[in-house]
Design a binder for this molecule. Sequence first.
Ligand SMILES: *Cc1c(COP(=O)(O)O)cnc(C)c1O
Length: 339
Amino acid sequence: MLVSGFPRVSLAHLPTRLEHLPRLTEHLGGPDIWIKRDDCTGLATGGNKARKLEFSMGEALERGADTIITVGAVQSNHVRQAAAAACKLGLKCEVLLEHRVANPSKQYMTSGNVLLDRIFGANLRFYDNDTDFDAEMQEIAREVEAEGGTPYIIPGGASSPVGDLGYVACAEELLRQFDEQDVAFDHMVIPSGSAGTHAGLIVGLRGNGSDLPILGIGVNVPRTEQEGKVFGLACDTAEFVGRPGCVIREDIVADCNYVGRGYGEPTDAMNEAVLMLARTEGLLFDPVYTGKALAGLIDYVREGRFEKGQTILFVHTGGVAGLFAYADKLKLDQGSCLG
Ligand SMILES: *Cc1c(COP(=O)(O)O)cnc(C)c1O
């Protein structure tokens, strides 16, 4: 195990299930589609940040921290899970929330993840999107110290070599499940945001000798920028776990054609994907990450880029709490998919 020896606290329900999606597979008429249920990690309605926080919080406790400082968009799933983890571990939580979407609705500003952040008692501060968040977090850390506290800063999405260990471990969990469930995959598809999930998975696969390709679907910036970000973080993470150079630039693929107008801005294809998975499989996906990544997967099947005879794994990274913030933005009458 590449992650043994690093400080870790138990926060997630592991292993998460690896399941076949027969009705989606049939509905699309292309490759066999499976899903990794990281929406079911438990912590505060689940999602991928629980795995990353096991290691970030592990380091925070090891350093004697009593206050966590972190950052995200207003509807950040990371912030919601960090706030919950802080409660569970008896730490205070200072949160910087970034206004990232245009004309946010009342629901966007108060429901979904924001409601849960407040239930967990996190101290929320709101900022414009041109804020220097690193500098601002340092400033808050100095305030905490001045009051006699010990701060620990977790970067956005817990994407750092430390947080990425959660997805190095997830890759190892998956390799075991492939064996146990006797299934082999041609491609893995994931949402790619602050990049730690993507970086951790590729390091976990390559570092254990697997050459399974990963297709990241970007949710934010253009392709070159996203791939550069993932590759940089993957190289740092590979070194951190003692496998320097195990990832090459060609391993990093991020298709950023499904972002739409921008981060957190709904698209029709996302809307269709969310309804399709709900109505074929009874599964919930989110508007910001997994809905757009699924829209990418669906498009790849329709375009014949993934085809019958192949087996595709989609990693469901969670985000369901965010659905409630988009109640007024989703169009719910786009066909039933019940065929
Ligand atoms: C944060 C997040 C992602 C993206 O993971 P990164 O490690 O930030 O790239 C995907 N899905 C959901 C639901 C998330 O909250």
